[in-house]
Design a protein around this ligand. Sequence first.
Ligand code: GLN
Length: 453
Amino acid sequence: ISVRQLVEATYDYIDKTEGKVNAFITLNKEAALKQADALDEKGVDPDNLLSGIPLGIKDNIVTKGLKTTAASHILDNFMPVYNATVMDKLDALDTITVGKTNMDEFAMGGSTETSYFGKTHNPWNLDKVPGGSSGGSAAAVAAGEVIAALGTDTGGSIRQPAAFNGIFGIKPTYGRVSRWGLMAFGSSLDQIGVMSRTIKDSALVLNAISGHDEHDGTSAAADVPDFTAALNQDIKGLKIAVPKEYMDEGVDDDVVSAIKAAIATFEKLGATVEEVTLPYTKYAVPAYYIIASSEASSNLQRYDGIRYGFRAKDVNSLKSVYVRSRSEGFGDEVKRRIMLGSFSLSAGYYDAYFKKAAQVRTLVKRDFDQLFEKYDLVLGPTAPTSAFGLGEKITDPVTMYLNDILTIPANLAGIPAASVPAGFSKDGLPIGVQLMAKALDEATIFKAADAFE
Ligand code: GLN
């Protein structure tokens, strides 16, 4: 078929599906069809497997000339004048940006319920959340609207929605993929990654977007291997560690059973699996929420009603432009984080909160460094539960935050981590097994995930 036919079929299907799922904030139909025609004219390159492939892009990644909102009222009409580095890289390979996917406002959340543009529904069960914050990307892939999507992961936002939607999702090593053009939330934690139904599609897209970028001072100057070369390999002798804290109380029985079955599969494939301990796990959530919120309170200062997006009406002084635009423009969860972050960074409290959290972070990282001297991978559940109900946790932030306990450690340590589909709960909802590797060793994750699937 022609690229035009593929793109038209994609939008026809999206038209039928979006009424139920609401995975997209903005569709890019006109430009996508134009691009498809140009590609058909030029002829797709048979050696470039991404040429003409429809992708979803999370709406906190800036796309030149295509509205980018971070799912916030404060940016609901923001038109970027430049592309994120990842977008330039994808454009160079002729992928098609189908649209911008829904998310929690500024990526703060785990259910996509804090979006200014309405909730996304989990395609497996429309009464359940798709997870978050990259819930739109995950639901778009799971519903079959796109083949793959970009997400971002600060504390689990690629892996948890991947798990809730029964798809593959990978957060690469911090620094592997440029953050230039990603609207910053927690800059020392944020990382762009990929979600798709097949592992190979994620490997292809990660190949495309990885690599050093002079625009991002934290980008890693490391060679990027071909991640597809890790597929179809033998995993005999692979050493896997399972932290006992990851299978502890708070993790649903259904999830524990699925992970035990996954462990048995890995053993059958020739891997050795051993129980280990990561004693600082329980401190990861409080440390993360202090660090992420502190960084957010600083990063979000730029939304002042002057430079971008929404400005409150009928204001009579500069101060009231700031105060009213931010009060009206940000949602409750974003305000909560800004207040928490400003508090923990303030002079009298810095030592007790931010500094302590940074110290905990070092301990969490050290725990992993020690494990990776002996093991190739750390394995556990991606999330303690399968997808929860819409409305179930949104009124109780602490319960929502605790759902991130198993994903946050990888962000604190900066290591790569992925969620791989690993069966279903008793009520038919997908469960994900999480695989973590040492920094820059995404290839081992791809190898193990592919052998497992
Ligand atoms: N749920 C976590 C939070 O709310 C993670 C978000 C993310 O990874 N962007 O901060």
